[in-house]
Design a protein around this ligand. Structure first.
Ligand SMILES: Cc1ncc(COP(=O)(O)O)c(C=O)c1O
Length: 385
């Protein structure tokens, strides 16, 4: 597959409600809604003031519009997309449909996000599979360590594209290929990369992929999607609800109960998926991401962060080799002398970053200005002096 050509995107602050004196460098915790998405959500919420104006067909309209957009984010077909309210819900759906046997290994990364650990602990308890936690040793990258750990007794690899604590990057195309040759399933949590980093399911071929909408997709909380590979679309959903059944659009005949589901991954949709307030907001955010182009977002954030990484390195805060981290994601190793309340001190100056372990997580976006970065670096100089 050829690399897409990319263009750098100019500053997009005008689309967000971020005051000039706020340096918001914390998309890894929560992405801001673009103002247009907020307006779309408010319009959607207001429809419920007059429920008689909502036609039955609109229980299907937002999801029908969104499914192809979500598919486009990851190079998927729309029949592979289901609506989920959280990563844990999507992972639980995946876990329900993976047949692991006693002694098979489930590979996870050290310090992986808890929703993507507890799900597999429970599956291991139910099946007798064994969790193996992968960490990098010596000079190897985390991605190399994971690749090397996949063997014929691996039943499942569950990992992100970028680790949420430090931005360590996983080569998903290589991991996907190794999983296929070992006969292992691959489940991805793309919450910390989808929308900011290219991932093409045609190249990676995961069994399931899930992403929350409220970080790099710049959507509302409690939105997200699950992708199921073609051979995973005949499984058992977590819930048995009415709208995912064949014939659901005919409300007058819902009591002609149907065992058959609508085609594709729709069977995995959450109950009450037709959220009139949240889905229009998510749609506006996702459309904005697609209009910018994920490859362009990635190139632009990579360019911005390269300069910032250099500035951090000169201050003794290592962000690791560029090739081993997500281009949109900096996890700077703090010196032991760093004040314990560093993020609170920065917050007092309207500078927002997060800390995970001994790493300062710095995750700017297209709305980040040069002034934001200058203010952040000068505050760091003062607080780390
Ligand atoms: C990598 C990753 N996955 C998932 C989530 C959210 O999980 P859930 O949707 O289960 O609350 C987060 C939130 O920080 C995250 O960083």
């Amino acid at each position: 597959m050829s690399e897409p050509s990319t263009a750098l995107i100019g500053n997009q602050r005008h689309l967000f409600d971020i005051p000039e004196d706020v340096a918001y460098l914390n998309v890894a915790t929560m992405g801001p809604l673009p103002m247009a998405a907020c307006e779309a959500g408010q319009r959607g919420l207001a429809r419920k003031l007059q429920p008689w104006t909502i036609p039955d067909a609109d229980f299907f309209a937002d999801t029908d519009r969104l499914r192809p957009l979500l598919a486009e984010l990851i190079g998927a077909d729309e029949a592979g997309i289901a609506f989920v309210p959280s990563v844990s819900y999507g992972l639980a759906t995946a876990a329900r449909n993976l047949a692991l046997t006693k002694g098979q290994k489930i590979l996870l990364l050290e310090d992986q996000f808890p929703s993507n650990v507890y799900t597999w602990r429970e599956l291991a308890r139910q099946t007798g599979a064994v969790i193996e936690t992968i960490s990098a040793r010596g000079n190897e990258s985390l991605s190399e360590a994971l690749l090397g750990a996949i063997t014929p007794d691996t039943g499942l690899v569950a990992c992100p594209q970028v680790r949420w604590t430090d931005g360590a990057r996983i080569d998903l195309v290589a991991i996907g290929a190794r999983c296929r040759s070992a006969g292992a399933a691959l489940v991805l949590d793309l919450t910390q990369s989808c929308g900011a980093m290219v991932c093409d399911v045609r190249a990676v071929q995961p069994d399931f992929l899930v992403a929350a909408g409220y970080k790099w997709l710049l959507g509302p909380y409690a939105t997200g999607f699950l992708y199921a590979a073609p051979h995973r679309r005949g499984g058992t959903p977590l819930e048995q609800n009415w709208i995912t059944r064949e014939g659901a659009p005919d409300f007058s005949r819902l009591i002609d109960y149907k065992d058959a589901y609508a085609p594709g991954a729709e069977r995995y949709d959450m109950g009450e998926r037709s959220n009139f307030a949240l889905l229009p907001a998510l749609q506006a955010s996702v459309q904005q991401i697609l209009d910018w182009g994920i490859a362009n977002i990635e190139a632009t954030l990579s360019h911005q962060n390269r300069a910032l990484a250099t500035a951090l390195e000169t201050r003794g805060l290592s962000t690791g080799p560029e090739a081993d981290r997500g281009p949109h994601f900096l996890g700077a190793l703090l010196p032991e002398s760093a004040p314990g309340d560093l993020t609170a001190r920065l917050k007092a100056e309207n500078i927002y970053v997060s800390k995970r372990g001994n790493r300062l997580r710095i995750t700017p976006h297209l709305f980040t200005s040069e002034t934001d970065i200058e203010r952040f670096l000068s505050a760091l100089d003062r607080h780390l002096a």
